[in-house]
Design a protein around this ligand. Structure first.
Ligand SMILES: NC(=O)c1ccc[n+]([C@@H]2O[C@H](COP(=O)([O-])OP(=O)(O)OC[C@H]3O[C@@H](n4cnc5c(N)ncnc54)[C@H](OP(=O)(O)O)[C@@H]3O)[C@@H](O)[C@H]2O)c1
Length: 136
């Protein structure tokens, strides 16, 4: 597994079992340096250039998945995934958390009395993990 993030998150990626690479210029070369024949699948969580270069990274275009840009990923031959919260699936997810299979990283916790703080952090695009708002 290979993960792209800024340098400050490379140890975190290693802790998840991924080989870290930097995004931006040199992403394709870095990934192909680790996987010279290309990777099995690419998961796009940011769109833009990261999605545009995905066909150069994967062996099969239908294994490109984006949660960001439906039009572009379909044009590239991949798939768009949209998550809809569903009580049954949320139950399955909480079970995986209870069993320790799924770990959820909390970026920050804000009180409901500070309504602007959570969206501000979210909009930085670098808030690793979930942002929690506590309701009194
Ligand atoms: N389709 C769906 O169902 C669905 C569901 C949930 C979320 N989304 C979308 O998914 C996106 C990500 O959500 P999120 O909550 O994870 O956002 P987020 O908390 O803002 O996460 C941003 C992460 O992406 C990394 N990043 C920023 N620019 C990058 C780049 N060019 N290449 C690789 N990594 C980059 C950042 O790492 P560094 O800090 O190391 O730069 C940061 O950790 C959002 O646009 C959201 O709307 C879609």
């Amino acid at each position: 597994m290979i993960g792209a993030a800024s340098e400050s998150n490379h140890d975190y990626l290693r802790s998840l079992g991924a080989e870290p690479v930097a995004y931006g210029d040199g992403l394709v070369e870095a990934v192909l340096g680790l996987a010279p024949d290309g990777v099995d699948a690419a998961l796009d969580l940011v769109g833009g250039e990261a999605l545009a270069v995905s066909p150069r990274l994967v062996r099969r275009a239908e294994r490109i998945v984006s949660v960001i840009d439906a039009d572009t990923v379909k044009r590239l031959g991949g798939r768009y995934v949209f998550v809809r919260p569903e009580p049954r699936m949320l139950g399955d997810i909480s079970r995986l958390v209870d069993e320790g299979v799924l770990r959820v990283t909390i970026a920050r916790t804000f009180p409901l009395a500070e309504p602007a703080a959570a969206p501000e952090l979210s909009q930085t695009g670098h808030g690793r993990g979930k942002i929690v708002i506590t309701v009194p």
